[in-house]
Design a protein around this ligand. Structure first.
Ligand SMILES: Cc1ncc(COP(=O)(O)O)c(C=O)c1O
Length: 393
């Protein structure tokens, strides 16, 4: 397979180990193993730790342990553990599904902008990719009329991501059902990347139930990376009809074979303590969102955004005439701040901001960002007054 470079990942790996204020991160401030164990009732901690330390690190059950698959299955409607495949992150889940379900020439409608994998893998397979656009001027809304126009007869798959990376848009239950109805009529699959599941935001509507719950043509993917703050576990999943799970498992034999055994065991504890982890996530976000709101208000002459409705990400528009990659590099190299370049999503004039890092890092990252933008402004970088007016309209 020939595949285009993953622009965001290439950029992130350049700076993520050194940046002091990483507010580009798409996840939540991560948990340590000690913190995972500490989620358990005090009387259970010592034995849980012993179980982890004594675990024989042989190969694990290839599909993911029955225990983990059962826990995941229980969060979907009438789903058995055999309809779940534990994968190396949601990224592997998506990759397996694209490769099992799509062939060269197939028409696929994919949300845009997007986590690049969702578009690039389909393109590398040779699919006819139609982009379903979320636009800044519409407040980053999923436009179902546009989907109806794009999903022409012969469409094999509709790919969405809700809550959405990078805009924070999301589909409600009614919208998801409508997307499903459109796909069902065409005998197409719906792949819903739900990496940001459980990440409702204060003051915003609750998240819709997962796509998979709607019907047999729906497939959901999920992960421990975002809602749980455990990207280092490299553990995700797909939930699909059993036959699809079996096919993806067969392909996975050639890719990563099985989940890491230690990761699977820690994932079980984290999943069982999900409510506590999600509460921690909500606390972090509840602290960061008002800081962001104040910062955008104070700097409204130079930056604007549509606050995320779900998940952990938003796109920030800046009113300086400087390419986003150049600005992001400058922020990282001279100010120690990571904000991802919008160009990695085909969104020039924007930076992607994550609201999940620890509140002290988040607040300082924003302060440093304002310092950089003001210095650029003083140095004479032209301000795009008309575009700022448009963005904040
Ligand atoms: C929408 C989306 N899907 C999938 C992934 C991959 O996540 P994971 O760490 O579970 O592989 C990401 C990571 O940023 C993402 O934003």
């Amino acid at each position: 397979m020939r595949i285009e470079p993953f622009q965001l990942e290439r950029w992130m790996t350049t700076y993520e180990m050194d940046a002091r204020w990483d507010i580009a991160e798409s996840g939540i401030f991560p948990l340590s193993t000690r913190e995972i164990i500490a989620l358990l009732p005090p009387e259970e901690r010592a034995s849980a730790l012993d179980r982890i330390l004594d675990l024989r690190l042989g190969y694990s059950e290839a599909r993911g342990s029955e225990e983990l698959r059962s826990l995941i299955a229980a969060t979907y409607r009438e789903t058995s553990p055999d309809e779940v495949l534990v994968t190396t992150g949601a990224i592997e889940a998506n990759f397996l599904l694209f490769n099992e379900l799509l062939s060269p020439g197939d028409r696929v409608v994919i949300v845009d902008p997007a986590y690049q994998q969702l578009q690039s893998v389909a393109r590398a397979i040779g699919c006819d990719v139609a982009l379903w656009s979320l636009r800044a001027q519409d407040g980053f809304r999923f436009d179902l009329d546009e989907l109806r126009r794009l999903a022409t007869p012969g469409t094999r798959m509709i790919v969405l991501n809700t809550p959405h990376n990078p805009t924070g848009a999301m589909l409600n239950d009614e919208d998801l059902r409508e997307v499903y109805a459109i796909a069902e009529k065409l005998d197409a699959w719906v792949l819903s990347d739900e990496a940001y599941r459980w990440l409702d935001l204060p003051g915003q509507p609750p998240l819709a139930p997962p796509m998979r719950d709607i019907g047999p043509r729906a497939i959901s993917t999920g992960t421990f990376s975002k809602p749980f703050g455990l990207p280092g576990l490299r553990t995700g999943w797909l939930v699909a009809p059993e036959e699809i799970v079996r096919r993806c498992w067969g392909l996975r034999d050639y890719v990563s074979l099985s989940p890491g055994k230690l990761n699977d065991a820690l994932a079980v504890i984290a999943f069982e303590q999900r409510d506590q982890i999600v509460a921690r996530t909500r606390e972090i976000v509840a602290e960061n969102l008002p800081v962001a709101a104040r910062w955008f208000a104070e700097n409204a002459d130079i930056v604007s955004w549509t606050p995320p409705r779900g998940g952990l990400l938003g796109l920030m528009r800046y009113g300086l005439d400087i390419p986003s990659l150049q600005l992001a590099n400058r922020l990282a190299e001279e100010y120690g701040v990571m904000l991802a370049p919008g160009s990695a999503f085909g969104y020039e004039g924007h930076l992607r901001i994550g609201i999940g890092n620890s509140p002290d890092v988040f607040a300082e990252g924003l302060r440093q960002t304002a310092r950089c933008l003001r210095e650029l402004e003083r140095a004479g970088a032209p301000i795009e007054a008309s575009s700022m007016a448009r963005a904040s309209a």
